[in-house]
Design a protein around this ligand. Sequence first.
Ligand code: PGA
Length: 246
Amino acid sequence: MYVANWKMNGSLPKIETWLKGIGKSLDKSLQKECVFCPPSCYLFQAAEIIKNEKLKILLGAQDIDPNYKKPLTGGINASMMKELGCDYVIIGHSERRQVFKEKNTLLIDKLKSASEQGLKIIFCIGESLEQKQANQTFSIIQKQLEIINKVDLKEFIIAYEPIWAIGSGQIAQPSYITDIHNKITNLFKGSSKGTFQGVSYGGSVDSSTSKKILALKDVAGLLIGSASLQYQEFSNIVLSKSSIKD
Ligand code: PGA
């Protein structure tokens, strides 16, 4: 899958231009492989455009609040996202872990409520630069993945995003990506845990690097931030897969 993570970007006109542009530049079979994650305030409008333009692109939420049975000012839960037309939700993004100090107990509650409501999960993991330099990447990732086994998940994607690569213009070395993706894939291969949809890569991916990354073994998809904001650039990333020779 190709996930367009718009973070805190966009406006009503930009969403419309983007979705209509995707409708023109990607055929329906490719649209089905894309997940559009605008800020939640634009999901309703995005769903309307998708319906009216007969697009096949899927919708994803950038976040949910756990479905606590108590008042939660500002909260938006998984069933609300589902009602708005979301198929996917991003959980565990490093920006939420760092800025909002989201810890495992909260992430477990989010995973549980997403799964109960039938949302597919894009679970983000990744190491900091200091952890990479201390050769701790895989042990950190393994720890971040431990909570997956605590939840009865249905379909999930693991998004490997080295924190130092996000928004920095720095891409991890192909051999590094292959190694980490292979190790993560092996952790879930043959596991009876839900439906593992593979490991996607994220962090400064654009159309000049996507082909090389998508050609790597065990890279099942991409999570794209800033390069997803223009529909032409996002489409070029999606189309770069078809130019890879086996
Ligand atoms: P970026 O963001 O592509 O802008 O680096 C990726 C992400 O944070 O998901």
